[in-house]
Design a protein around this ligand. Structure first.
Ligand SMILES: Nc1nc2c(ncn2[C@@H]2O[C@H](COP(=O)(O)OP(=O)(O)OP(=O)(O)O)[C@@H](O)[C@H]2O)c(=O)[nH]1
Length: 121
């Protein structure tokens, strides 16, 4: 598992981690409305990457503990996730601070990947 930085200066390094990727966890700061448009654009570019074809996408609408955070549904709408037809995806509202909903979200990711791997064998 690789944790790659989201800052602009680090995004050009993402490509070093594409090989053999089964799952992508895209962590969104749900309280930072200003960056959501950039977030949507960057995710769309990422999903055009050939080496990520077939990878399962888990979008974590993080920081749900903060007042004013957008809900998972609002994040789905803002990032236009319904337009994604190339990858299996799910969006879950979580908080890395309280741990709320995190385990279930990761369980979904692992089970989606497992279904694909076992179907191929
Ligand atoms: N309230 C709250 N704060 C959070 C949550 N998750 C992360 N933070 C805070 O947000 C800040 C940034 O967290 P990082 O884990 O450094 O974020 P990151 O996305 O990994 O940063 P980069 O690796 O630079 O892209 C820290 O101050 C965290 O404590 C959360 O669920 N709730």
């Amino acid at each position: 598992m690789w944790d790659v930085g989201g800052q602009k200066s680090l995004r050009s390094y993402w490509r070093n981690y594409f090989e053999c990727t089964d799952g992508l966890v895209w962590v969104v700061d749900s309280a930072d409305r200003m960056r959501l448009e950039t977030c949507r654009e960057e995710l769309n570019v990422l999903l055009t990457e050939e080496r990520l074809a077939g990878a399962t996408l888990l979008v974590l609408a993080n920081k749900q503990d903060l007042p004013g955070a957008l809900t998972a549904h609002e994040i789905k709408e803002t990032l236009q996730l319904d337009n994604i037809v190339t990858h299996h995806w799910s969006v879950v509202g979580v908080s890395a601070v309280t741990g709320d909903k995190l385990l279930g979200a990761i369980d979904w990711l692992i089970s989606d990947i497992a279904k694909r791997i076992f179907t191929l064998e």
